[in-house]
Design a protein around this ligand. Structure first.
Ligand code: FHN
Length: 430
């Protein structure tokens, strides 16, 4: 009886701690940095890349653990060049990288001491990819977030199973709390052995949404080890205590075009949305449905107008190279940002809520009107007070504005039309 009440007290203490989570000053500063920098590179890469059929291949082809493990000896990314990857992200105007340390297949892309299902012990490559990437990110001054799957199709203690991974042929009867200890131990390795980590991007809790994940234990461990690291989880729900940012997948915040976003609601934390260049996260050799550079730039702009970051994915090939269709689009985005980045970096969404024709972004003394789908020549905005001047960005040609009851009218010069984004810069009284 006394043991029971002690356990209850400890559990309560845990949940009170999580409920009363107060982010450290360096965490608050990191949140601001995150919002100011707006654009990141998502990287899905692992043993699944060998089959060129996406990161869900183990589940989709109903492979057992034993069958899937045979991929590891074939994963030998001899052409992996972390300097080139980081340089590519930078050339696209990206300010951070979010790398899949472990996806749903449970495979660790670093030298873990917790099992042999990792890149150093199970592949001919034998190098710690997370370490190589972390060092290069530091060298080139870009921040590194760690994607980490809570869902695990490989670990026998991930039991009872959730909604996926049923063909893996693991013996029934694992101990889920033991799995969580394993997961926390792996996270501890990542947060203590790889220098400053900008954040942890969790995914997979949706597989067992009603299980007790003991989030407070995992989250408080991360905050204690690296107070500035931002914790976020792609659980498709409103944020839980202990989280520092909120992400949306293949949807702008608040949109519900994807089934899994059906119930997601926007909280008060910094926001991020992620998407793919073709339709795949992990390398898919057959998917040639590439979005155009225009579409990708416009998505970045719409995200900024929604006050959210854009995390754009690449799925490198198993040999470590990145396909030219991705490189070409990233360079185009970088070229656009080199000209127009002032209207994206360091801004917040608004003051006009997103519209079909486009969005607005703002920073001290400025509002940027991004016209993505050219309406009539005269654009009617909800009335904005304090406009001191208006011009095209960049370039400076004057733009006429007029105040009428309830609206601000902006006349877009016909010759100024930009098929990607016509930007009008408004000088505002501060
Ligand atoms: O199942 C994953 C998927 O493979 C990918 O990692 C994306 C990225 O946001 N998230 C999951 C689905 O919600």
């Amino acid at each position: 009886m006394r043991m029971k009440s002690l356990a209850l007290l400890l559990a309560l203490a845990g949940s009170v701690r999580a409920q009363s989570y107060r982010p450290a000053p360096e965490n608050l500063a990191a949140r601001q940095w995150f919002e100011d920098n707006r654009f990141g590179m998502f990287i899905h890469w692992g043993v699944y890349s060998v089959l060129g059929d996406g990161e869900w291949v183990m589940n989709n082809r109903q492979m057992t653990v034993a069958e899937y493990e045979r991929l590891a000896p074939r994963f030998d990314p001899e052409q992996f060049d972390p300097a080139a990857w980081v340089a590519l992200a930078k050339s696209a105007g990206m300010r951070y990288i979010t790398f899949t340390t472990k996806h749903h297949d449970g495979f660790a892309m670093w030298r873990t001491s917790r099992n042999h299902w990792n890149i150093v012990d199970a592949t001919p490559y034998r190098k710690d990819v997370v370490k190589m990437l972390a060092e290069e990110c530091r060298r080139q001054g870009i921040k590194l977030f760690l994607y980490h799957s809570q869902l695990d199709w490989h670990n026998p203690d991930y039991f009872p199973l959730g909604q996926t991974g049923h063909a893996s042929d693991r013996p029934p009867g694992g101990d889920f709390n033991k799995y969580l200890d394993f997961m926390n131990a792996q996270l501890r390795e990542l947060l203590t052995g790889y220098g400053p980590i900008a954040g942890v991007w969790f995914d997979g809790m949706w597989d067992k949404p009603d299980a007790d994940w003991h989030l407070e234990k995992t989250y408080s461990m991360i905050h204690a080890l690296q107070p500035a690291a931002l914790v976020g989880s792609n659980h498709h729900r409103a944020p839980y205590p202990g989280e520092d940012f909120q992400m949306f997948e293949k949807d702008l915040p608040g949109q519900h075009t994807q089934e899994f976003n059906g119930t997601s609601t926007i909280g008060s934390l910094p926001l991020e949305t992620c998407d793919t260049i073709n339709g795949a996260w992990g390398y898919n050799s057959k998917d040639t449905h590439f979005k155009s550079s225009r579409e990708l730039i416009q998505y970045l702009v719409r995200a900024a107008g929604d006050n959210a970051n854009f995390l754009l994915n690449i799925g490198p090939k198993p040999d470590g190279t990145i396909q030219p269709e991705f490189v070409e689009r990233l360079h185009a985005m970088g070229a656009w940002l080199a000209r127009n980045g002032d209207t994206i970096y360091g801004t917040r969404g608004g003051p006009v809520p997103p519209r079909n024709w486009g969005v607005t972004t703002r920073k001290a003394g400025k509002v940027y009107v991004h016209v993505l789908d050219w309406p009539d020549e005269v654009l009617a905005l909800p009335r904005l007070e304090g406009i001191r001047g208006a011009r095209l960005f960049p370039g400076g040609a004057k733009v006429e504005t007029a105040q009428v009851p309830g609206a601000t009218l902006v006349r877009l010069p016909a010759g100024a039309r930009d098929p990607v984004d016509t930007i009008v810069e408004l000088d505002m009284a501060e």
